[in-house]
Structure formats: C-alpha cells, structure tokens
Design a protein around this ligand. Structure first.
Ligand SMILES: [Zn+2]
Length: 110
C-alpha cells in the first residue's frame, strides 16, 4: 500500500482494477472496477415485449466490479447514458448468459 492510498482502502486492488480510489469517494463508490468495454448495440431498453418502435442504437458498458471488502466479482452490463437497466452477474452467470445469447444469436433465422 502506498501513502496516497485512501484510509478506507485496507486491501490491495485486484490486478484488473484501474479505478483511481480517493479519500473522498462516497461509500457507495468504493468499488474496484476494470477497464470498461464499450459495446455498440442495436436494441431496446423498453421492457415491453416486441417494442419495435423503441429500437435505437446505444452503447453498453461491460465491466468487472468488486465492492471493497467484498469477495465476489460481478460483471456489470448497463447502457452508458442511463445506467438502467443494469445487470450485475456473477462471473459464472455471465459466462452462461453469454453462451446462451451466442447460441440464440447464431441460430437459424428460419
Ligand atoms: Zn481498486
């Protein structure tokens, strides 16, 4: 730990954390975070089924996060603009969802 580390950060950052932790970070912001991967997508954030009229292009952020003092990593997926809807999935769940999405996306359109 170096002398610039905030007093509340009493653990080393995971190797993937790129967040600049500061003494004045709000307790809810005391989270380790990886580089954000921006994924441009076409879709809808509307929760109504088949809401074709609400289709838009937007960016999703995919990022690994872990609360300071926590044991588990979470894969966060959320729109860059609104952060809603947000999915926070365990690494294992993210892998299962990614595989299921890939299978569906690559299935025959007929
Ligand atoms: Zn960190």
């Amino acid at each position: 730990m170096d002398s610039t580390q905030p007093s509340w950060l009493v653990e080393p950052c995971p190797t993937w954390c790129v967040r600049d932790h500061t003494e004045v970070d709000h307790p809810e912001d005391r989270v380790h975070a990886s580089e954000a991967t921006l994924v441009p997508v076409i879709g809808t954030r509307d929760d109504q089924a088949l809401a074709t009229e609400s289709v838009a292009s937007f960016d999703l952020v995919v990022q690994l996060r872990r609360g300071v003092g926590e044991l588990f990593d979470w894969v966060a997926v959320e729109p860059t603009e609104s952060h809603h809807p947000r999915l926070m999935l365990s690494r294992e769940s993210a892998a299962v969802v990614a595989a299921a999405m890939s299978e569906l996306a690559n299935s025959s359109p007929r």
